[in-house]
Design a binder for this molecule. Structure first.
Ligand SMILES: Cc1cc2nc3c(=O)[nH]c(=O)nc-3n(C[C@H](O)[C@H](O)[C@H](O)COP(=O)(O)O)c2cc1C
Length: 301
């Protein structure tokens, strides 16, 4: 049975990878063999180290959680010096995630990451606040999405995967702007802008007041967006949103995602991605599917 898929020239052993920021690569390597994953995606990095948002930074809600981590990271130089080399021992596709608060910062981060020897592709996180435009995320607008993607595209020959924000009126328009900017693939999508309040204290729960909602509750909404984007662009789409079991992953593949990312569920089930791969295999056996590529996008309408 063949589980391997190709995305922008990268050959993945199977279509399952972690979502950025939800899976500390070196820590989780103790729980699960990273070589068994289709790819691993690093947490987003910015130019300078960031402490992230004030606590509390995560709150559980019905069927999900809202987080406001705020891209806490050690900066791009540290990533190239310490984090990327630690991934050399693994035989799987390694994707770095680029973040920034200005277009110029995305460009500078790309220049620094280009010095790492073992990054296979970049995922561009356009859900960061654009401080030159009042703090609205780059990914909320076609123009700023295009500008960020273009800045990264102009600096690398490696595959550029653009991770879209779902906080838009028309996901297809932003997806097309990313393609125009030079994206080789798209990840659909990041977290949904949300908030939680405490009726006892009368205060917001998160230190940052607003956060990003993810987990099982978002799956039907992101599934809809993946379906719309797959039918509107000619580049591969990776799905990210609410996957907690093999069936969720298979739903995304059915509507046409070439691969899936697992996020929040890694926190409660560090082995969940391996279970998902097994469940995909069991489904293929049961249905007599020999090649996962024959199943991808086979939705009948
Ligand atoms: C705690 C936390 C931190 C995250 N950090 C990042 C990040 O650094 N970069 C990024 O692109 N997405 C980040 N995300 C979004 C996830 O990668 C993923 O796209 C989203 O959570 C939807 O998937 P899920 O429903 O499986 O969690 C984060 C999500 C969570 C829950």
């Amino acid at each position: 049975m063949n589980l391997s898929v190709e995305i922008a020239g990268l050959k993945l052993k199977n279509p399952v990878m972690n979502a950025s920021g939800t899976f500390g690569l070196s820590e989780y390597a103790d729980f699960l063999d990273l070589n068994l994953l289709g790819a691993v995606v690093a947490k987003s990095v910015t130019l300078n180290p960031r402490e992230g948002n004030p606590p509390p930074r995560i709150v559980e809600t019905t069927c999900g959680a809202i987080n406001s981590v705020g891209i806490q990271n050690e900066g791009a130089e540290d990533f190239v010096k310490n984090k990327a080399p630690a991934m050399k021992k693994f035989d799987t596709v390694f994707i770095a995630s680029i973040a920034g608060l200005t277009v110029d910062e995305y460009a500078k981060v790309t220049d620094i990451l280009e010095r790492a020897e073992n990054i296979h592709a970049y995922e561009v996180n356009v859900s960061c606040p654009n401080i030159e435009a009042g703090g609205k995320a780059f990914g909320m607008y076609e123009r700023s999405t295009y500008e960020v993607v273009r800045a990264v595209r102009d600096r690398t020959k490696k595959p550029v995967i653009v991770k879209l924000s779902p906080n838009v009126t028309d996901i297809v328009a932003v997806a097309k702007a990313a393609v125009e900017g030079g994206a080789d693939a798209l990840t659909v999508a990041n977290t949904y802008l949300a908030m939680a309040v405490d009726i006892e204290t009368g205060r917001p729960i998160l230190g940052n007041v607003l956060g990003g909602f993810s987990g099982p509750a978002i799956k039907p909404i992101t599934l809809r967006m993946v379906y719309q984007v797959v039918n509107a662009v000619d580049i591969p789409v990776i799905a990210s949103g609410g996957i907690s079991c093999g069936r969720d992953a298979l739903e995304y593949l059915l509507v046409g995602a070439k691969a899936v990312q697992v996020g929040l569920m890694n926190f409660s089930r560090p082995d969940i991605m391996l279970c998902i791969i097994d469940e995909i295999k069991t489904f293929m056996e049961r249905k007599g599917i020999k090649d996962i590529n024959d199943y991808i996008g086979s939705l009948k309408i």
